[in-house]
Design a protein around this ligand. Structure first.
Ligand SMILES: [Zn+2]
Length: 204
């Protein structure tokens, strides 16, 4: 079920208040256009009608894709809300994840829509970051598969700019095999967090 509500936002630039529509839950089966707006990030952008300044919405949001069996819970760091519960087992066959930022949510959708495993992708990001000349200043982020060989393309910030790096699919397969052999490393719980902090916890 998609849930939209109107909230009062105070513009960080001009200080004036305005009403904005935000989503607390998005079910993409009810509106396929919404999925594109999540993937391109526009659903998270608020625009001040007084001065045009754009800001990132900062709320909790559920993302549900019944066809792809994806159920992601966005709970920004510092928000008290816990993960949703599933007392009826309705989402038992869904891939569920807890994410902390819109960027993480978008990345999860890209990873699973590409048919990849996010734990293996996190391991590949860790290994790739080690190999890059000059440590990337932020986490690598999966962008897409590219070319006939399905190279994995990642973006990362360095020197104030965004860069991309491509990694061969066989390196991903090596990581996926390692994850399969070490299934007990995967976090437990209904909404596991699989991210850079998780991979760091046993790779460093
Ligand atoms: Zn403004």
């Amino acid at each position: 079920m998609t849930i939209q509500s109107t909230v009062q936002v105070r513009c960080g630039h001009c200080g004036k208040s305005y009403e904005a529509e935000i989503y607390s839950a998005i079910d993409v089966s009810s509106d396929p256009d919404l999925k594109e707006k999540v993937r391109d990030g526009s659903v998270f952008l608020l625009e001040c009608p007084h001065c045009g300044t754009k800001a990132l919405g900062k709320g909790e949001m559920l993302y549900i894709d019944p066809e792809a069996k994806q159920f992601f819970s966005l709970v920004p760091a510092g928000f008290p809300g816990g993960s949703p519960e599933d007392p009826t087992g309705r989402y038992a066959d869904y891939t569920t994840r807890l994410v902390r930022t819109p960027g993480e949510l978008i990345e999860k959708i890209c990873i699973f829509d590409a048919g990849l495993d996010d734990a293996a992708v996190e391991m590949l990001k860790f290994v790739t970051a080690q190999d890059l000349d000059g440590e990337p200043e932020g986490t690598l982020r999966f962008l897409c598969l590219n070319g006939a060989d399905n190279d994995l393309v990642f973006t990362f910030p360095s020197g104030g700019e965004m860069h991309t790096v491509s990694v061969g699919f066989s390196a991903y397969e090596d990581c996926a095999a390692m994850i399969r052999r070490n299934g007990d490393l995967l976090p437990k719980g209904l909404f596991p967090e699989i991210n850079a902090a998780w991979i760091d916890s046993f790779m460093k």
